[in-house]
Ligand binder design. Structure first.
Ligand code: GLC
Ligand code: GLC
Length: 652
């Protein structure tokens, strides 16, 4: 592609490069810049073209990319080239992730480093370490309020510790994922401090207003994210004598991306961590990046343009580095964060599959797969070269963001159905063994979300307390059933730390004033490594869960159709308790695998002719790849035990 205006501007920029940059060997950099510059320029112009300082900002953007390229260590540049050649590397089924807090998992970064063998024991080769950047002592939203994007918080360790960890992880072929909190900073960040002290340059890094006029206009259409602890979207700052936009907590100031200086600063931060050896960057709260009066200030088109720009620029400097989009938004919106086109409008390679996560919890509560099947059927097909992060639990709450039309189609009424789910997971029914708490209850809208650890939501806590052996077994089966889906669905499974040994709710947060109002802390555990030893002791729940997950992971890695090339087909079956899909390879149909999951507490039956109609499989003997056994058949009917699942393939 040759486009006059962008190329003449690029020539001008390159001629003006400071000599410390222009003297270096930048061959690879120039090739990639040339290939991407038309896109970069168009995006930058769409966003900021109207500004008088547009050319200076464009110069600054290119200089930032160039400097970071010069600083990029050689071994990472080699990795970039390798990954460019094998550009679908992350779609392979071999990747299995775990997300953890370094302090909760093992004290700090050095503790994590001492437990690398634990990841390998389970089969984990991608580790997301949740925020470790410098943040305030108390008001930090679990590290998601950053006060210095280039320093490690001393509670987690030092930059050196991280570099050692990254090196050791790489030598064991484990990918490192870190968070970049792109949407906001802590009110203690130096930019916020300058703004507070009256510096207009930094006030323009945020959305600040002297009166309520503009905030009131915004509030008309903006929902509240933390209605209980931080109602509204603006906070009055006494020192600054201004209102500042704070969508999340009142100490998390939203960055103003209509100012190109902010975008360039964050690009610099992204590339800084890329150069520290981080393989994948989790971009936090990306749906919120652009604010517009009259809108919900989520999923705006400009937020997507910003992500495209950040991707294109990263492609030039550090093409081996991937992005994860953390956009917990409606199903139709989520897939847009992969971008519109894998070549010319790419955003993030990976995105959280919040839709699947929430639907799975719906199935556990209703004991059927009606909404799950509908919701997945209506999930838009995603872009090529893009993959899901499939998870059951994470450090956040479970939001019930299903499509109302799907809820109706499944035969429920949306308001009542959501209320049922909240009541179910907070253990309000006698029949419910779930032990969660509500989160984000909004008395104005009636909305609420759910907190609680996987095991406690699945009924294990209640079962253990009541000493009910059958209930313990059912809870363990439920935990495995949920993981069977994320392992086989297509995408990277992400296990939440502690779930692999059935960690229950931890209620200590209630006595910490900085945490008490935020029930998400009940599922951010401190691992008890003595208890974790029980994973080696048959007869314990720790053993039952850990060994089953370990097996699932090992088997997953052997099943080539589990790679993610959008090679999944949902299969309609008449039995509403079963969730059935095929993972296929058109070239080698004998390798196709059929996943059958029973969400009900009773045995269910499936006519095999149903799933195999018209295929050769109807006449073959089947094997369940997970257990290695042939499944129980009743004549031509598959018998699926309560909370059971199969990974079926024809016997070779
Ligand atoms: C993301 C994080 C969440 C945090 C929010 C604000 O959603 O996952 O924990 O509260 O961003 O940073
Ligand atoms: C909201 C946000 C999501 C975040 C969550 C934290 O749902 O959309 O990004 O994870 O709040 O509770």
């Amino acid at each position: 592609m040759y486009e006059q205006i962008s190329h003449s501007l690029l020539n001008e920029i390159l001629n003006n490069l400071k000599t410390d940059i222009s003297k270096k060997d930048l061959r690879h950099f120039y090739t990639r810049l040339g290939a991407n510059y038309y896109a970069i320029h168009s995006l930058f112009e769409t966003l900021y073209g109207g500004r008088e300082d547009f050319k200076q900002q464009a110069q600054h953007l290119v200089e930032t990319m160039a400097r970071k390229y010069i600083e990029r260590p050689d071994h990472l540049k080699d990795l970039d080239s390798e990954r460019e050649k094998d550009h679908n590397w992350f779609l392979h089924q071999k990747w299995v992730g775990m997300a953890l807090y370094s302090n909760g998992f093992a004290g700090n970064l050095n503790g994590v480093r001492e437990h690398l063998a634990y990841f390998q024991e389970l089969g984990i080769n991608l580790v997301h370490i949740m925020p470790i950047m410098y943040c305030p002592e108390g008001r930090s939203d679990g590290g998601y309020a950053v006060s210095d994007f280039r320093e490690i918080d001393s509670r987690a360790g030092t930059l050196e510790d991280l570099e050692h960890l990254a090196t050791d992880m790489r030598s064991r072929d484990i990918l490192l994922v870190l968070d970049i909190v792109v949407n906001h900073t802590s009110d203690e960040h130096e930019w916020a401090q300058h703004a507070r002290n009256g510096d207009p340059v930094y006030q323009d890094y945020y959305y600040t207003f002297t009166s309520r006029n503009v905030p009131d206009m915004f509030e008309q259409s903006m929902p509240e994210i933390f209605p209980e602890t931080s109602p509204g979207n603006f906070t009055w700052d006494e020192k600054m004598q201004r209102w500042v936009m704070t969508v999340f907590n009142d100490y998390q100031w939203d960055l103003n991306y209509s100012n190109p200086a902010v975008l360039i600063e964050m690009l610099d931060v992204i590339l800084y961590w890329a150069n520290k050896g981080v393989d994948i960057l989790r971009l936090d709260a990306v749906a919120f990046l652009w604010k517009k009066i009259g809108s919900t200030c989520q999923n705006e088109r400009e937020a997507h343009l910003i992500l495209q720009l950040l991707k294109d620029c990263c492609q030039v400097t550090a093409p081996g580095v991937l992005y994860i989009a953390e956009a917990i938004v409606a199903p139709v919106e989520v897939t847009k964060y992969f971008g519109e086109d894998a070549v010319i409008a790419k955003e993030c390679e990976i995105a959280y599959n919040a839709t699947l996560m929430a639907l799975l919890w719906d199935s556990v509560a209703t004991k059927n797969a009606k909404l799950l099947t509908l919701g997945i059927k209506n999930l838009p097909v995603k872009l090529e070269r893009a993959t899901w992060l499939n998870y059951v639990r994470c450090h956040d709450d479970i939001g019930l963001g299903f499509d109302d039309r799907d809820i109706f189609a499944a035969g429920y009424e949306p308001v009542n159905h959501r209320k049922f789910l909240i009541d179910y997971y907070t253990g309000k029914f006698d029949e419910s063994h779930a032990r969660g708490l509500p989160f984000g209850q909004n008395s104005k809208t009636g909305d609420a979300r759910i907190s609680g650890s996987l095991a406690s939501l699945a009924g294990l806590e209640h079962a253990i307390r009541s000493g009910d052996q059958k209930a313990i077994e059912d809870a363990v089966k439920t935990i495995l059933l949920l993981h069977n889906v994320i392992m086989s669905f297509g995408g990277i499974p992400l296990i939440y730390y502690g779930d692999e040994i059935g960690t229950l709710n931890e209620m200590e947060f209630q006595s910490d004033p900085n945490k008490a109002g935020d029930s998400r802390w009940m599922h951010r555990p401190t691992i008890d490594w003595k208890r974790a030893e029980l994973r080696n002791k048959p007869g314990t729940t720790e053993f039952a869960i850990f060994s089953a997950l370990k097996r699932m992971i090992a088997v997953r890695k052997e099943i080539s159709v589990f790679e993610d090339y959008n090679n999944r087909e949902l299969i309609d079956v008449e039995n509403p308790h079963l969730f059935v899909y095929a993972r296929y390879n058109q070239m080698k149909p004998t390798e196709n695998v059929f996943i059958v999951s029973n969400f009900n507490n009773q045995t269910q039956y499936l006519e095999l002719s149903h799933i195999f109609s018209g295929t050769e499989m109807a006449h073959k003997r089947l094997v369940d790849l997970y257990s290695g056994q042939s499944p129980d058949l009743f004549k031509k009917t598959l018998v699926v035990p309560a909370y059971g699942f199969y990974w079926l393939r024809e016997m070779i």
